[in-house]
Design a protein around this ligand. Sequence first.
Ligand SMILES: [Zn+2]
Length: 226
Amino acid sequence: MYSLKYLVFSVIFLGIANWGATYYFLVHLFKPRQKLVSVKDKEMLAKLKRKTGLDFSIKLMEIDKMIGFMISSPPFLPVMVFSNKLFNAFNNNEREWVLLHEAAHYFLWHSLKFALSQLIILIIGLLLINKFIGNNWILPVSLIGLILGVIYVQIAKIFEYEADNYAATHMDNPKGMITGNIKMRKANTGILANPLMKKLFIIAVPYEERIKLAERQLNGLKMHDG
Ligand SMILES: [Zn+2]
């Protein structure tokens, strides 16, 4: 029966670490009548290639939330997925932000870094819960799963900042990052819009922080002009 505590810990920890990708991407991917549609906008793809040096493949999916994912990592071909809802609502400047953000995840090897961070924390957790023997393990083991899950989210946020920072500094017009985030904030409501929940369980950089990054970039650009 001791192996149950390892299972409980792993499910809590991996659940907190990956609920977004699982719930919004995997679950929707296998929904009946779901289809991935390729974006064929040649001008947009050429611009992305000019900035990143890479040929990205962009797919759209039916998800009732404004959201995007980089689903690949080197050495595999780069593929990013966006919800129809996001792509249809965004203008070209706003699309440039999400494209550069997901692109940065790819060439900064973030998928691998996310996976490695999870693996290291998972091993630490398994070693920690090893100490709990007897029948009173459920509360401490669940708590350790929860705490390490929240710690992972904070580490993953660092990579998210990195991606948004790359996007902000490489956009033709960083205003798109401001208006895009305002649109997302308006559309993506629910329990996880609560600031504390967001801080603890959401890997993405908060809308307000992203807007600040873009504003800083815009102010910098103005100074160079003047
Ligand atoms: Zn991201």
